[in-house]
Ligand binder design. Structure first.
Ligand SMILES: Nc1ncnc2c1ncn2[C@@H]1O[C@H](COP(=O)(O)OP(=O)(O)OP(=O)(O)O)[C@@H](O)[C@H]1O
Ligand SMILES: [K+]
Ligand SMILES: [Mg+2]
Length: 672
């Protein structure tokens, strides 16, 4: 798979990250994060206490020291978010750079005039000639062309995009290689997928995802509980004759509240979207990435998703008593006005085999639809010719009083057993024979489905094709299950049923007939090559139009969830050690018995408090790489992963601070 070479770290500007972190100290920004709001308030309070002590000629060193450490705690948390944002923007910027300064030939009837791409609006039509760049995201409405999409996908092999097919979607900045096309612009300036993604990465516009929100509420609640605990310590302290300084109480509070995860939470979410973007997937919301991590069932359509989708007619098989020429000519006539790749290839094969049939005047064309699954012609001489899916033609023929010869099933089976799609051809209520449409399974797809299975994701192929073809392709591709002869409504019903049974469903698709399913699925991954309807319905778009991408998306989602879970565990476990460091320090002078709690044997109360708060601040930048890169991830079931992470991050989070705080305490005794 193609990847743009990542240059994220090169483009990280430390100056701007620092500037951002300072700007985020504004009360408005802090208010978005209750935990950091408390730390920010603590910074202010200890600063004022220091000033007041100074004014009264009392020692103020400890107040100012705590104030400085708390300030850095907030700055580090802000920095984590800024670094994550900067990476996302750099990535998006690299993609967006390709679409600067594009020119367009905007059509006005037959005429066109040259305009800047930035002046194009949704609904405008532009003419694009060979060797020119497509000026805006859109859909081909006339013509077909080979296109180099390397600007968007990094992959330079040309791809075919064609009007009125499921491959009509084109992107700004990609290059037309052959042929002239007319593209209908589908986005207003500033509203492209990329623009929307960048807006998501940028702090102000980012919405918290539901589980982020739930976790934030939990963290805020814990903060409140610890605030109450610390406040009640004051009268308690007074009762036993200890009067801890107010600054030390603030330090204690900050150490107890979940600052680590509170500080890293936004960065973890942004990093998830950034990782998706690096995999050439544009997520329309942070929630989409998160949902990807909890997918139970993946539904895929067959043609174009599991197979290459370039179905070509390879043979005509007439039933007994029908001359091969009759079938050939009928097949041709049913396809003359059929714009689908299938239809065109039938025309090509029939012409190849010497057919010179032409549509006479007054011929009525019946277009293919996903619901009828037939196409054809009503000729002026009264003949009614159809081609279509096996069950559709059987129904059509028998409803018109004809009989459906057994032999058809044999022909159909022979074609279908090889994984090809049989189209049955009929004249009136008589079956003429079968057209074989061959298709090829995409390479490497079986391995990917196997990996998804390891992660506990069930794959189901849903196709409008007949059961025999479906079974052949399903076996070859290694999907867990398949549904054949499905209409678009049935696709929707299957998704709803899975959802009603409590499963999270992902759907990949490219066609307009996939759009309802893409919208209904919890994760709708649309292919960028697909129709505008599909791209709009999904909550993610794959720029590479590669169905195997779902595997990566699921991994990215799982990694996001695991990273967040692990760092939360670590953060909460961490606070225990700080408790042991600070509590004895607070009361040891008045309650010598509390020295038993001083398991760390810290030098003195001042250094104990400072060591704990310094550790509390430093752990945030120390964990930024984990938050951004994500915790290492191997395919495994959720419970296995949970057990492993609880062990590492729970136990690690519990023990590490004891060692670190002791070390800091030793260093401080040298300095102080
Ligand atoms: N141009 C056509 N004319 C007549 N029948 C067609 C044509 N194209 C496809 N069919 C028939 O209609 C069936 C359904 O086609 P459709 O493209 O809706 O499939 P689908 O539901 O998207 O599933 P998949 O993409 O997995 O095949 C095909 O399997 C084929 O039998
Ligand atoms: K803390
Ligand atoms: Mg399809």
């Amino acid at each position: 798979m193609s990847k743009r070479t990542p240059k994220m770290t090169d483009s990280l500007d430390p100056g701007s990250v620092f500037g951002q972190s300072i700007r985020r100290l504004s009360p408005k920004d802090l208010a978005r994060n209750p935990v950091m709001m408390v730390v920010g308030t603590g910074t202010l309070i200890t600063f004022l206490l220091g000033l007041s002590n100074l004014a009264q000629g009392k020692p103020a060193g400890l107040d100012f020291a705590i104030c400085a450490i708390l300030l850095f705690t907030v700055l580090f948390a802000n920095g984590a978010e800024s670094v994550a944002e900067a990476r996302g923007k750099a990535q998006a910027g690299a993609l967006r750079a390709t679409r600067k300064d594009l020119k367009a030939r905007k059509l006005d009837g037959e005429q066109y005039k040259e305009v800047a791409a930035t002046d194009l609006r949704r609904g405008d039509r532009v003419l694009v000639k060979p060797n020119e760049l497509i000026p805006a995201d859109g859909e081909i409405v006339t013509g077909a062309a080979t296109i180099n999409e390397s600007a968007v996908t990094g992959e330079s092999a040309p791809v075919l995009r064609e009007a009125r097919t499921d491959n009509s979607g084109v992107s700004a900045g990609t290059k037309v290689l052959s042929d002239e096309i007319v593209v209908e612009v589908t986005v207003d300036p500033g509203n492209s997928l990329l623009d929307r993604m960048i807006a998501l990465v940028e702090g102000a516009k980012r919405q918290k995802t539901p589980s982020e929100l739930a976790l934030s509420v939990l963290l805020a609640a814990m903060t409140l509980v610890f605030l109450i605990v610390v406040v009640t310590l004051v009268p308690f302290g007074g009762f036993v004759g200890a009067t801890p300084s107010f600054s030390v109480l603030v330090a204690l509070l900050v150490c107890l509240i979940p600052t680590t995860i509170g500080g890293l939470l936004p960065a973890i979410g942004i990093a998830g979207m950034d990782r998706a973007m690096r995999a050439n997937v544009i997520a329309k919301s942070g929630k989409a990435v998160e949902v990807a991590g909890s997918i139970d069932t993946l539904l895929l359509d067959k043609t174009g998703t599991i197979t290459l989708g370039d179905r070509k007619a390879t043979a005509f098989e007439a039933v007994q008593g029908v001359a091969p020429g009759t079938l050939r000519d009928a097949a041709l006539l049913t396809s003359l006005a059929d714009p689908t790749p299938e239809g065109k290839s039938v025309v090509a094969l029939a012409r190849d085999k010497g057919s010179d049939a032409e549509a006479s005047e007054g011929t009525e064309f019946i277009e293919f639809s996903a619901n009828t699954r037939m196409s054809g012609v009503d000729l002026p001489d009264g003949r009614i010719l159809r081609k279509g899916a096996t069950d559709a033609i059987r129904k059509f023929v028998t409803e018109n009083g004809g009989n459906y010869p057994q032999e058809t099933d044999r022909l159909v089976d022979r074609v279908a057993k090889n994984g090809a799609t049989p189209l049955v051809v009929s004249e009136g209520n008589r079956v003429l024979g079968v057209i074989a449409l061959s298709d090829v399974i995409k390479s490497g797809i079986k391995e990917r489905f196997a990996k998804l299975r390891e992660m506990g994701v069930k794959t189901v192929m849903i196709t409008g094709d007949n059961p025999v073809t479906a079974a052949a392709i399903a076996a070859e591709a290694g999907v867990d299950d398949f549904v054949a002869e499905a209409t678009p409504e049935q696709k929707l019903d299957i998704i709803r049923k899975e959802q009603d049974e409590g499963r999270m469903v992902a759907m990949m698709g490219d066609g307009t007939n996939d759009a309802p399913a893409l919208a209904q699925a919890d994760l709708g991954l649309a292919m960028n090559s697909g129709t505008q309807a599909a791209r709009e319905a999904g909550n993610m778009v794959d720029l590479d139009s590669d169905p195997g991408k779902l595997l990566e998306v699921v991994e990215i989602g799982k990694q996001l969830l695991i990273t967040r879970g692990s760092l939360t565990t670590f953060s909460l476990a961490n606070d225990v050690a700080k408790y042991f460091a600070i509590l004895p320090a607070l009361f040891v002078t008045s309650l010598p018995a509390l020295d038993a709690l001083n398991v760390l044997d810290l030098a003195n109360p001042v250094s104990a408090v400072l060591a704990a708060t310094i550790f509390n601040a430093l752990i945030i930048p120390a964990l930024i790489p984990f938050a951004l890169k994500g915790i290492q991830f191997k395919p495994a079931s959720a419970t296995q992963l949970l057990r492993r992470n609880l062990l590492i991050f729970g136990l690690g989070g519990l023990l590490l601070p004891f060692a670190a705080i002791k070390a800091l305490d030793l260093m401080l005794t040298v300095v102080i």
